[in-house]
Design a protein around this ligand. Structure first.
Ligand code: C2O
Ligand code: CU
Length: 522
């Protein structure tokens, strides 16, 4: 257990990560270079400097702020030490002793990019690209930035993503477009990005990450992965429980839960509403007035908050997630103490835009995929997708542009955030089923009604909540690129331990053959 250090809340100012500028810009796009380095940073007034790994030696990494369709080239480089400072479990697939300890690969989460630039978990590289993984293809990634939304970039290395990310490798990547700019939403200093994570600390300020779930269990390897691990402080933009001084006016908050595994339900203690305008995939059709917003890890919410009637007040952004430990029920504080600099002319429009939703009849196939929990050879819980391991044959091969419905049958005991790379998902419904019956017979017996997506899920998503005991159905069009990608649970302690599978988007077959196949199926 970490030596619990009692840290005072709301004593550090919320940092705003710097925006990164391109090294050059030409007709083809903008070119950036980012180097991962080790460094130290104070994460709380009363905490010694913490050793971290960060993109360009920053935690969080620098923010990319680009326009839609402006191609971004990034050369991701690794200048990290050759020893990891967090406990590696070498019994996990992809983290074996024979591999270099410190490997990295960067994934732009929610981005639509070709496979060579998607940060495949086995496309890792070490310091100065001295060694590279079997699927490594290139040093410079190319991001076409096809939609306006808040993305983030983070490490995705096979078997050690949870450790690399915990060490600090994560940052925002914002894509904007003209339409969004025409809506007159709060902007500039009135738009605040919040990268929320949980972290634990040792007394000297170093990061605490457990080496084993159970010291006394001799069957376990050491170190051994710990599933799940929820840390005991909340860190926003690299400070523990920070505060921010705001004016009495509207703000746009872009909230990202970037915890390893923790789910967070955000709520303001003033009781005022959060007007959610966007999901992971950008703006919804209209704002939704929310009392609280649940974000599983990696989910994002785009939110407008109005502090205009709160001058002089301090408002705490809480975490009211059921079962959150008492310390972690606070996230950060807004002090509405800065006098208004000018009239607030920004707006919260009634209509935000239009989304072309998919309909069930467009789907050419429904796939049933289980999320289940078994035990591994050491007796540890092991969560699997479709009962398969990472190295099993690729079973999801889908032709480019094909629309499918996936039913995620969750007979495990966790609510898993399921993420597909490059593919937009639209939630259709969630329906409870008899888990014991399913486990005994393999047949679904529903025990309640199918519920439509929540009001704030009525847009596309790149990660969806698949609750335990429910069948969660989504529809998706597989594209826009062909190649090999991954889908996985985004709880990093699950993802690293087999809850990730490759899938493949294949080139379109001959069109006529396709049409005939469809016709005859009807
Ligand atoms: Cu945010 Cu495959 O990940
Ligand atoms: Cu999971």
């Amino acid at each position: 257990m970490p030596v619990k250090i009692k840290l005072q809340k709301f004593v550090d100012k919320l940092p705003i990560p710097e925006t990164i500028s391109p090294i050059k810009r030409d007709k083809k796009g903008s070119y950036y270079e980012v180097t991962m380095r080790e460094f130290s940073q104070r994460l709380h007034r009363d905490l010694g400097p913490t050793r971290l790994w960060g993109y360009n030696a920053m935690y969080p990494g620098p923010t990319f702020d680009v326009m839609k369709c402006e191609t971004t080239f990034v050369k991701w480089m690794n200048d990290l030490p050759t020893k990891h400072f967090l406990p590696i479990d070498t019994t996990i697939h992809g983290a074996e002793k024979t591999l270099p300890e410190v490997r990295t690969v960067v994934h732009l989460h929610g981005g639509k990019q070709q496979a060579h630039s998607d940060g495949y978990p086995e496309a890792w590289f070490t310091r100065n690209f001295e060694q590279t993984g079997p699927l490594f293809e290139r040093e410079v990634y190319e991001f076409p930035n096809l939609e306006a939304t808040a993305l983030w970039y983070h490490d995705h290395t096979m078997g050690i993503t949870r450790l690399n990310m915990y060490a600090g490798l994560a940052g925002f990547f914002i894509i904007r477009d003209k339409h969004e700019q025409s809506l007159n939403l709060p902007a500039g200093e009135y738009e605040i990005l919040l990268l929320v994570q949980d972290r634990s600390f040792n007394l000297d300020g170093s990061l605490y990450y457990p080496s084993t779930p159970d010291k006394n269990n001799r069957r376990l390897p050491y170190p051994s992965i710990v599933t799940p691990f929820d840390a005991d402080t909340i860190v926003v933009n690299g400070k523990v429980w920070p505060y921010v001084e705001v004016e009495p006016r509207k703000y746009r908050l872009r909230i990202l839960n970037a915890s390893n595994s923790r789910a967070i339900t955000f709520k303001l203690d003033s009781g005022q509403p959060l007007y959610q305008i966007g999901t992971d995939r950008g703006l919804m059709e209209k704002p939704v007035k929310m009392n609280e917003i649940l974000l599983l890890t990696t989910e994002r919410a785009d939110v407008i908050v109005d502090f205009s009637r709160s001058f002089g007040q301090s408002i705490v952004l809480k975490n009211v997630f059921k079962g959150a430990s008492p310390e972690t029920t606070d996230v950060m504080q807004f002090k509405v103490t800065t006098p208004l600099k000018g009239k607030d002319t920004s707006s919260l429009p009634d209509r935000l835009g239009e989304i072309e939703f998919l309909s069930r009849k467009m789907a050419s196939r429904t796939r049933d995929l289980t999320l289940d929990r078994v035990t591994d050879e050491y007796g540890r819980s092991l969560n699997l997708l479709d009962g398969k391991m990472w190295i099993d044959r690729i079973s999801e091969k889908i032709e480019l542009g094909t629309i499918e419905i996936w039913r995620l049958i969750n007979s495990s005991t966790d609510d898993h955030p399921i993420h597909l790379h490059i593919v937009d998902m639209q939630i259709l419904e969630r329906q409870p089923f008899d888990v014991a019956h399913f486990q005994a017979t393999g047949k679904l017996k529903f025990t309640g009604h199918a519920a439509p997506p929540d009001p704030n899920e009525r847009g596309f998503k790149d990660t969806i909540r698949a609750p335990a005991g429910y069948v969660t159905s989504f529809i998706a069009s597989f594209g826009p690129f062909t190649g090999r990608f991954v889908w996985h649970c985004h709880m990093l302690e699950h993802e690293d331990h087999e809850m990730m599978r490759p899938f493949e988007i294949l080139k379109k077959k001959n069109g006529l053959k396709n049409i005939l196949e469809r016709v005859f199926k009807l």
